[in-house]
Design a binder for this molecule. Structure first.
Ligand code: BG6
Length: 493
């Protein structure tokens, strides 16, 4: 047994990191459009303006930090600041070339997100923006031309800015119906062109980055819990609508999942692993599993969190769970209750320590050759729903060699080990895996740092951290390597 014959090999992107054209053809601002760039050591910032006093400023955007915009101020684009989402790597004007490059690699699927503010510029407009709809129509037609199946994320780290300002984003139940309307609008429009949708990218980032995950400008644990609940209900409503009106459409969940390891054999470390895993899996227990787990309800009880809910919410959540479960996995995280000298390490979350058995990249993200097998088994055993790895990859500061090429053996090595690990999950353990989309298949802006230098792509894009460059596309060595992997369906790595 091997990967399925129709295994969906491809790559993944997100509108705010890739598309650019941030105000073109009627698009409204999204929460991503007011985030500056940063670096590995310098956090990104969210800029704001006080409309009454005219005062401007910014707040730091950090993992685990509760970013609160000052009272009376609203997030805004400020002159003199640099916002990498505004141009991204300009997929908006390069989509034909990029999709052709994807087809050259043999992509069977292409994961992209629709920018909600391109379709409904304020999020709550009566009518959708025709030019925005037309753009994605063209993109999907291009995909069809090459037999590439789109996988579309409805909300990838951005909410129309007006919804953040008016309602504090997903903290308000109003967003449930607005999101449902948006989803049905695109389901209708792209019928026959798009079959696979994901609702919220890495829904569990609500715990760590509620601004990115839900457009929250004011954050408390109560509001985070409410925003997550609202997204669960919205997801269930969208699944319900898809099943009722668009039978061919499958709506998946998307989780940021990193297996957790204990740094020591101390039982206290195992409890830390268990609790850390619950924090991630709570989101799948509800959205894919269909019910609120007791451990989370107890936590809410302890913390005095009371949800603004309706009895039908739980019926919806239980009857319309996600059709499949997709997830991102870049590596594992290691946690401990002990003091450790070299504490820095791990992917994306706080409180992790460096795993002495693993190599890391310049941003401290570890390459773990066993992590996809472990992740796939954990999720398969818990839910028994088809799985899809929709993000995996490694950020690197690629440099041209004297021969004018990019020899990214480090990326090939990372991918080889990771694909081998998912191969094991399929062939040894029998996990049902639909596909694999490598993150940032064409270079794009980093979500965490806003940098360009943290590159993931098979294709290099000429653009730097100051926003300069020709945007020229150049295939790296990994481009040709992945082309072969797809051609032999992962048999020869
Ligand atoms: C995932 C996000 O968490 O990680 C992507 O869904 C993001 O949007 C990716 O780009 C890699 O993270 P970063 O910070 O290196 O861009």
């Amino acid at each position: 047994m091997s990967f399925k014959k129709n295994f969906l090999w491809g790559g993944a992107t997100a509108a705010n990191q890739y598309e650019g054209a941030y105000l073109e053809d009627g698009k409204g601002l999204s929460t991503a459009d007011v985030m500056t760039n940063g670096s590995h050591t310098q956090p990104r910032r969210i800029t704001w303006k006080n409309p009454t006093t005219g005062e401007t400023g910014s707040v730091l955007f950090t993992f685990g930090g509760r970013t609160n915009i000052p009272v009376g101020a609203i997030p805004a684009v400020i002159e003199g600041e640099y916002y990498p989402s505004h141009e991204g790597t300009d997929f908006y004007h390069h989509y034909k070339e990029d999709i052709r490059l994807m087809s050259e690699m043999g992509f069977k699927t292409f994961r992209l997100s629709i920018n909600w503010a391109r379709i409904f510029p304020n999020g709550d407009d009566d009518q959708p923006n025709e030019k925005g709809l037309a753009f994605y129509d063209n993109v999907f037609t291009e995909c069809q031309r090459y037999g590439i199946e789109p996988l579309v994320t409805l909300s990838h780290y951005e909410t129309p800015l007006q919804l953040a300002i008016k309602y504090n984003g997903w903290a308000d139940r109003k967003l449930i119906d607005l999101f449902e309307k948006y989803a049905i609008t695109v389901f209708k429009r792209y019928r026959g062109k798009v079959k696979y949708y994901l609702t919220f990218n890495e829904i569990n980032v609500m715990d760590l980055m509620p601004y990115m995950g839900g457009g929250l400008l004011r954050v408390t644990p109560q509001l985070q819990a409410q925003a997550a609940h609202n997204q669960f209900v919205a997801s269930a409503k969208v699944v319900k609508a898809a099943h009722a009106m668009f039978k061919e459409i499958k709506v998946g969940q998307m989780l940021a999942y990193m297996p957790l390891y204990a740094y020591t054999a101390d039982p206290a470390d195992q409890v830390k692993v268990m609790e850390g895993s619950q924090n991630m899996l709570f989101y799948t227990d509800v959205q894919t599993g269909g019910r609120y787990p007791e451990y989370r309800l107890k936590k809410y009880e302890r913390e005095g969190i009371i949800l603004d809910d309706e009895p039908e919410d739980y019926e919806l959540i239980s009857n319309y769970s996600a059709d499949f479960l997709s997830f991102s996995c870049y590596g594992s995280n290691t946690v401990t209750t002990h003091e450790v000298d070299d504490a820095a390490g791990g992917n994306m979350t706080t409180g992790n320590v460096k795993n002495p058995y693993l190599k890391t990249n310049a941003w401290g993200w570890a390459t773990d050759p066993a992590c996809l097998r472990i992740a796939l088994n954990n999720l398969w055993d818990r839910y028994h729903k088809p799985l899809w790895i929709v993000e995996n990859g490694i950020g690197w500061e690629d440099k041209f060699s004297e021969d004018g090429k990019i020899h990214d053996d480090y990326r090939i090595e990372y991918l080889r080990e990771n694909i081998k690990s998912m191969y094991d999950a399929v062939t040894i353990d029998g996990v049902d895996l639909m596909g694999y989309t490598m993150w940032g298949c064409i270079d794009l802006v980093s979500a965490g740092t806003g940098e360009m230098r943290k590159r993931y792509g098979f294709v290099y894009v000429d653009r730097n951290d100051e926003g300069q460059g020709t945007l020229k596309r150049t295939p790296k060595d990994s481009f040709y390597w992945y082309q072969k992997v797809i051609a032999n369906n992962g048999e020869d790595l």
